[in-house]
Design a protein around this ligand. Structure first.
Ligand code: WTA
Length: 657
């Protein structure tokens, strides 16, 4: 881990007590901590029965005998879609708005009640069944932020068909590898979506992704969103609206085992191949609903909740679809970007929809800071009662700005630490209980145990740093990596004995608060999105002109980290580029190549063409040194380099370029 991250300990002592008014209405109480402390499994059994409706009650809370392969709520049977939709209608809340959808084009909104959602998920489930989807079949979903994305996920869950949502910003190549790995039978997509005021096509990426031998996909269901011209493969492609119209309007949902896989979600790891993290139905639903209630403090009768994440990431899965809907909440879903058509769009939405709970990412907050506080000042934000942050460390300055400018110096802020793998929030203030500290995620929530340990796995003293580990299994934990149980054990359970290694560095402050500092492996966090250095390197070397590549994440004021690439060209390419003076074109070409291979979000901010890369004698690239260069620092200790003159060559190249 970078030693400067740890030695540079923050001395933050401000705390903010929740107001009496907030405490009086809060879902999360101090008693929860006591209950969980007394008997962890009994505590989780209580939450499971409080937040989820079981078709058949479970007999045993946890089976950890085959650790690290856990089973939770054994013998229990349930349907996730029934929990998220049907039961609210049955309880008489059919008229409650489930999704207040706001399109990017300004005059476009749709309010969908739970009763309407019920109608949609039943038809969608029948339409999928008509295309041959049944229990255990995987379905890929590649959609923009439209209500159909949530409907598609819920319809899959209704059928016991694990969904694999692929973020709409990923390229055809990335989609192809994910479809293949999961063996998806059907892909659900749209003709396109709106991006910064313009329709942008999605379907061509699906067509390209399926243009391979032995592709497992039989049908493509296409939502009509933009109405743009769309190529069609007869017999394979089906319009979503036509399929739903033709489908039966009622669908009898079946209950599945608590351990039945609910979804797969791919995330970047330390190798070039993304990991298919998969989650089981029961435990995942319990913990997402529980945390949405006690951390976001959602009260379904009164709150208007808004999570600004995209449904393609885990935050969208847990805190747009499964958590809030299992609670029966009313939420805002927004299709567009924060600056379309103007930089006050988020605050206009908060004002108009009277949003009470806002959950967003530090990158967004830092961007709003840059745009200036006079923009949010134009809107009435007094409906807000709680603010949340997720995805990356939030620096105290951004935290304070968020509280003062957006929260009117009044709202608690929950800085929530968790991962695709953990499925739900693990470390966070409980807002009616915890006095909050700017910049820290603070403590494990009731029912969760975490520690900061040193290299040997020993808990560190207060005031020191180390690695973040989770010491007990938890209900929404990943059940594994799809098709690769060994990689699951190696990645998470081998670094330290018997505990889960999160891959994050952390420090403990003098008051025992946990500060998560960021990844300690070769994973970058760019605007809260996980990117693997290896994945981008392998995209770069797949370009015919590139011989070798090394990628590092350099600190960036807005995005947290930015992707910086160092490439060595093949000899032919070097002379060609020199002859034609084409250095700049080549960099642009390489950036576009990465966008094609992975997606625009993976485009390096900087690509530096270098003659050599710094390597140890065993041939390992010394990223630490490259990071120094990328961050314009004095280059650090080079004594372990096989050839220490390499760094001079790189620095020279930098000054020349
Ligand atoms: C980082 C997103 C600091 C961390 C839910 C983690 C955070 C990775 C925080 C998971 C936070 C997430 N403070 N760092 N509050 N939340 N992270 O899988 O490095 O996309 O390991 O899940 O984001 O990213 P993922």
């Amino acid at each position: 881990m970078s030693s400067e991250g740890l030695s540079n300990l923050l001395h933050e002592e401000r705390t903010f007590e929740p107001s009496e008014e907030f405490v009086a209405q809060a879902n999360g109480t101090a008693e929860l901590f006591e209950r969980a402390e007394q008997d962890r499994e009994a505590f989780w059994a209580e939450q499971a029965r409080a937040y989820v409706q079981w078709e058949t009650d479970f007999e045993k809370v946890l089976d950890w005998s085959e650790a690290p392969f856990a089973k939770w709520f054994l013998g229990g049977r349930l349907n996730a879609c029934v929990n998220a939709v049907d039961r609210h209608v049955e309880a008489g809340h059919g008229d409650r708005v489930a999704i207040h959808w706001i399109g990017e084009p300004e005059d476009e909104t749709r309010d969908i009640t739970y009763a309407e959602l019920h109608g949609m998920v039943q038809r969608a489930a029948n339409a999928l069944a008509d295309l041959g989807v049944g229990e255990g079949d995987t379905v890929a979903i590649y959609l923009p932020m439209i209500p159909e994305a949530a409907v598609a996920m819920l319809a899959c869950a209704r059928l016991g068909a694990p969904h694999s949502v692929v973020f709409g910003g990923f390229s055809a190549e990335a989609l192809h590898s994910r479809i293949d790995d999961a063996g998806a039978k059907v892909v659900i997509t749209a003709d396109g979506g709106y991006r910064r005021g313009k329709p942008s096509a999605l379907k061509p990426a699906v067509d390209a992704a399926l243009d391979h031998d032995d592709n497992p996909v039989q049908h493509v269901l296409v939502v009509q969103r933009t109405g743009q011209e769309t190529d069609w493969t007869e017999g394979r492609d089906v319009w979503w609206h036509e399929a739903l119209e033709a489908a039966d309007e009622t669908h009898e949902a079946q209950a599945f085992d608590a351990e039945h896989p609910l979804f797969i979600l791919y995330t970047s790891g330390t190798t070039g191949k993304p990991k298919g993290i998969f989650h089981a139905t029961g435990g995942y639903l319990v913990q997402t609903a529980y945390t949405n209630a006690i951390v976001h403090d959602v009260h379904p009768e009164t709150d208007v909740y808004w999570c600004t994440a995209d449904i393609g990431w885990v935050t969208g899965h847990s805190y747009i679809v499964y958590g809030p809907m299992t609670l029966g909440a009313t939420q805002v879903m927004y299709e567009g970007t924060p600056d379309t058509p103007h930089q006050g769009r988020f605050w206009e939405i908060v004002q108009d929809a009277k949003v009470t709970i806002l959950y967003t990412a530090p990158t967004a907050i830092r961007t709003f800071m840059k745009w200036g506080e006079d923009i949010p000042a134009k809107y009435d934000l007094s409906s807000l009662k709680l603010l949340g942050s997720v995805g990356e460390p939030i620096n105290p300055e951004a935290w304070m700005w968020y509280r003062r400018v957006i929260g009117g110096d009044r709202t608690p802020i929950v800085d929530t630490w968790w991962q695709t793998e953990t499925g739900a929030i693990m470390i966070s203030p409980v807002p009616g209980v915890t006095p909050t500290r700017p910049g820290s995620a603070q403590h494990p929530i009731p029912g969760i145990s975490a520690l900061v340990v040193d290299d040997l796995g020993e808990p560190v003293e207060k005031g020191s740093g180390g690695y973040l580990v989770l010491t007990e299994p938890w209900p929404s934990m990943l059940r594994g990596i799809w098709g690769d149980p060994e990689r699951y054990v190696d990645t998470y359970w081998s670094r330290f004995k018997d505990v889960y290694f999160a891959g994050d560095g952390a420090k403990l402050d003098e008051d025992g608060n946990i500060w998560v500092l960021g990844r300690v492996d070769d994973v970058m966090n760019v605007s809260g999105h996980r990117m693997s250095t290896a994945e981008i390197e392998s995209a770069l070397v797949s370009h015919p002109k590139v011989a070798e590549a090394a990628v590092v994440g350099a600190t960036d004021d807005t995005t947290g980290q930015a992707i910086c690439a160092f490439v060595i060209l093949r000899e032919e390419a070097v002379s060609e580029a020199d002859d034609a003076g084409e250095g700049e074109d080549l960099v642009a070409e390489l950036r576009n190549h990465v966008a094609r291979e992975i997606g625009a979000i993976a485009k390096p901010r900087q690509i530096m063409v270098v003659p050599e890369l710094p390597k140890t004698r065993s041939g390992k690239i010394m990223r630490r040194l490259l990071k120094d260069v990328a961050e314009n620092r004095e280059v650090g200790d080079v004594t372990t380099l096989a050839d220490s003159s390499v760094m001079n060559l790189i620095s020279e190249g930098m000054t020349k370029g």
